[in-house]
Ligand binder design. Structure first.
Ligand SMILES: Nc1ncnc2c1ncn2[C@@H]1O[C@H](COP(=O)(O)OP(=O)(O)OP(=O)(O)O)[C@@H](O)[C@H]1O
Ligand SMILES: [Mg+2]
Length: 269
């Protein structure tokens, strides 16, 4: 489902202008990462996609819906938003109830609900923890419950706000697999993250925000090559890109396969 944001401005009631003219389009199936320093407006921007915030000026379309003409409840069928802090999202007594809540609320048929719940529990590694109270789980696993509860809603757009914060290597790799699975299903995934390594390895498009506007937007490799602007926004290049550069490799390296590929090529020369 296509997202179109046109000249979006947003000011918080206190008067802080958090967005100052953002325009962008996200195509179905795109994997988009948004980075930028604290206060850049990233969370404010994505909160417009599910109607939690409404534009002060400009427009936001999710598919053929203008978000101003639809409720948060309606938009929940199109945009799933995994909160940065799972404690802001979870409220049920068991993992299974939590994951079932979203699709139940969307009034999916019961067979489809069971299927989606089981698939989401499987993808997030929560099988065996269905009857546990989410608050008896570690923060790492609570984050997985929050993710599962959004996956189970089967929305065409999924937003992940800082998905890797506080996660160990195993769960970061699990989240990466889930992002790939969502793309295989034709869904768009938008992540906000300070984890540039996770971005580079798993996302194809990078948007850099600063002071309420989009500073850079394009294919991951192209944007990571813009050293000076990235430095001015305090975005460090990913470790693999730094390694590639240190080794004197010609192109920007985003993942292990690209590193090996470029090493082989440079050896062959
Ligand atoms: N509820 C609020 N009330 C007033 N001002 C707010 C509110 N939430 C955010 N702001 C302000 O709006 C601006 C953008 O904030 P936002 O949370 O969107 O940035 P961010 O890029 O997500 O930052 P971070 O990386 O710290 O999460 C900042 O100046 C912030 O202080
Ligand atoms: Mg934020």
């Amino acid at each position: 489902m296509k997202i179109v944001i046109e000249d979006l401005f947003f000011s918080y009631p206190g008067g802080v202008e958090a967005l100052a003219g953002v325009s962008l389009k996200i195509e179905p199936g795109e994997l988009v990462a948004i980075v930028g320093q604290n206060g850049a407006g990233k969370t404010t921007l994505v909160r417009h996609l599910n109607g939690l915030l409404q534009p002060s000026r400009g427009m936001v379309f999710v598919g053929d819906w203008d978000t101003r003409q639809h409720t948060v409840a309606q938009l929940a069928s199109r945009v799933g938003y995994v909160f940065q802090n799972p404690d802001d999202q979870l409220f049920c007594r068991t993992v299974k109830d939590e994951v079932r809540f979203g699709p139940l609320n969307l009034k999916y048929p019961s067979e489809r609900i069971e299927e989606l719940v089981n698939k989401s529990l499987g993808l997030t590694g929560l099988i065996g923890k269905e009857n546990t109270n989410p608050y008896d789980l570690s923060p790492t696993w609570r984050k997985m419950v929050a993710l599962a509860s959004i996956l189970a809603m089967d929305t065409p757009v999924v937003i992940l706000d800082e998905p890797t914060t506080g996660q160990d290597a195993a769960s970061i790799s699990r989240i990466a697999d889930i992002v790939a699975e969502l793309q295989r299903d034709g869904k768009s995934v938008v992540t906000i993250t300070h984890d540039i390594d996770f971005c580079a390895e798993n996302f194809k498009r990078l948007i850099v925000m600063g002071k309420g506007i989009v500073l850079l937007d394009g294919p991951m490799h192209q944007i990571l090559a813009q050293d000076e602007i990235l430095k001015s926004t305090y975005v460090d290049p990913p470790q693999l890109a730094r390694l590639g550069r240190g080794l004197g490799l010609p192109g920007i390296v985003c993942n292990q396969d690209e590193l090996f590929d470029q090493l082989r090529r440079s050896e062959a020369q």
